[in-house]
Design a protein around this ligand. Structure first.
Ligand code: ATP
Length: 521
């Protein structure tokens, strides 16, 4: 399926089956804002639980926090967001469309990478098992020439951004011949910086004194609470603070469904460590996080790391975990070594000490920080895009199924009486009443059984349990697994055990190999 077509299908499926609706749709919607419907909210909650369990429950040295969205405005001065949370913006004079200059250049580079990968794939096919990819990439003249071209583009762009030389960013776009992706025009305005924070006013105070911001990241709520948490929970370094919450960014272009929104949710963890250990902990968290993703079973080939070229003002190393969305590989999660930038800056701006007394070293210091930051909405889209399938069945019919990992499925069990008869309804309702204490369960008696299966497949229900007339005799029901469509006859009292076994978080976590801790800690 072509990528554009797949994204369109996911968007319309999400709306039709109650996962995601456009916000305020009766007023024609609000761009880049979405509402999560009945099954969307279940899936979202399950993703949150998966993250929270992995971070807070599985690590004894990580605790949670739920900080408020509004913060003292000096927070954002100290964090650097007032001065530096900008994107370089460029307009096309003919189409009047607005773009991020860095994204135009990144997409140009991605096209060259695409050509290199094609060349590699061609050679792989030609040489088969004897093909040595690393050697080919290091010696083939076309690949070498293109790799050099990418390096030159990246180096020039990085320098221009580091020097805040926006005229050179524009010159680079023009020299590379980058055209407006929609209209093909190369008639560009100058590049300008655009601050992404939303402002609002506090209470009745008007003017600059009353300006506050909607937080653009959840991280700062963690930093300003660093000592509160450390003392109250008696934490010893190394330790982490995890938080899930809304963040707001006035994105220049917000397209591609829930991938880039102006109001979104982040799942962030700040891990506080002794200065000088950041490189080891950075690698530890890279490994820990990629394992979390791969344990979901969405396909290992769907993930890759991408190192940041232009480091944010607070970071000494940073990378993204990218996912192969229908639009191609894009950032799903960021892992950043944030140094002591934030805590030191909050100390300076607040005049309060944010230091940790290390009993082993017998000294106080400002800890360094490794951050893992994942967008909940992007994770939701990653799950949906890997899960969405249209299958041609043996009998020639088609089914659209969401093969969502069982433990994330919005509905775990649907109980379906084979026909609408009181005796079957009574047993079915009894089963629902029993299961619903543990699992999200649905009861459905309307339409033929085949149609009901299709409806449950379309929302990704992990198991369908059918109650029929034989159940009255033998106390057994048919349990059907969504992906294989395999049906088994089991005693009704076994249903909960079967479902529990298959959706268990324990199973996912105990299969996950522990990442070795950096040795000196
Ligand atoms: P991008 O380069 O795509 O703008 P970013 O590098 O600015 O993202 P971070 O500041 O690292 O993003 O934020 C951490 C995570 O928050 C991202 O990996 C992403 O999953 C999520 N995120 C950031 N911006 C948005 C957005 N506008 N809509 C949805 N999720 C977002």
């Amino acid at each position: 399926m072509a990528s554009d077509e797949k994204l369109k299908k996911i968007i319309s499926h999400s709306k039709e089956y109650g996962f995601v609706f456009p916000s305020s749709e009766i007023y024609d919607g609000l761009s880049a804002s979405y509402d999560y419907g009945p099954y969307g909210v279940e899936l979202k909650n399950n993703i949150k639980t998966y993250w929270w369990n992995a971070m807070v429950k599985m690590h004894e040295n990580i605790v949670g926090l739920d900080a408020s969205i509004f913060m003292h405005p000096t927070t954002w001065k100290a964090s650097g967001h007032v001065d530096a949370f900008n994107d370089p913006l460029i307009d096309n004079k003919d189409s009047k469309k607005r773009y991020r200059a860095d994204v135009l250049i990144e997409e140009f580079v991605a096209k060259i990478e695409g050509k290199i990968n094609k060349e590699v794939a061609k050679a792989k096919k030609k040489f088969g098992d004897d093909f040595k990819e690393a050697e080919f990439r290091a010696t083939h003249p076309n690949v070498l020439r293109r790799t050099k071209q990418i390096e030159a583009i990246n180096a020039r762009f990085k320098k221009a951004m580091d020097d805040n030389d926006l005229a050179d960013v524009k010159a680079q776009i023009e020299e590379l011949g980058i055209a407006d992706p929609e209209s093909g025009s190369k008639n560009w305005t100058d590049v300008r910086q655009f601050n992404l924070m939303f402002k609002t006013e506090l209470g009745a105070v008007s003017g600059d004194a009353g300006i506050i911001y909607l937080r653009p990241e959840t991280a700062q709520g963690i930093f300003v609470n660093f000592l509160n948490v450390q003392k109250a929970a008696r934490m010893k370094i190394p330790f982490g603070i995890a938080q899930i919450g809304k963040a707001f960014r006035n994105e220049i272009i917000a397209r591609q469904f829930i991938f880039r929104m102006r109001e979104f949710e982040q799942m962030e963890m700040q891990f506080f460590i002794p200065p000088g250990t950041q490189s080891k902990w950075y690698h530890y968290w890279k490994e820990e996080r990629i394992k979390w993703h791969k344990a979901l079973g969405l396909g290992e080939a769907n993930y890759r790391f991408h190192d940041h070229l232009k480091l944010a003002h607070y970071a000494d190393s940073a990378c993204d975990i990218e996912f192969d969305f229908p639009m191609g590989f894009k950032e799903l999660e960021g892992i950043h070594s944030r140094t002591d930038f934030d805590l030191t800056s909050h100390e300076e701006h607040s005049g309060k000490k944010l230091q940790y007394y290390d009993p082993h070293e017998e000294r106080s210091y400002v800890p360094y920080v490794i951050e893992t930051s994942i967008g909940l909405d992007r994770m939701f889209l990653a799950v949906l895009s890997a899960a969405y399938e249209e299958e041609l069945l043996e009998d020639g019919s088609k089914r659209t199924v969401l093969k969502i990992p069982h433990f994330l499925a919005p509905v775990k069990v649907a109980v379906l009486p084979l026909v609408k008869k009181d005796e079957l309804a009574a047993i079915s309702q009894k089963l629902v009443n029993d299961l619903k204490f543990e699992f999200t369960t649905r009861y459905d008696e309307k339409d033929a059984i085949g149609r009901r299966y299709r409806r449950q497949d379309a929302i990704g229900t992990a198991y369908c349990v059918t109650v029929d007339f034989e159940t009255l005799e033998d106390g057994c029901v048919t349990i059907r697994e969504r992906d294989s469509m395999q049906q088994d006859r089991v005693p009704v009292e076994k249903v909960a055990d079967i479902v529990r076994e298959q959706i268990s978080f324990r199973k996912v976590f105990s299969d996950m190999e522990a990442t070795p801790l950096p040795e000196e800690v």
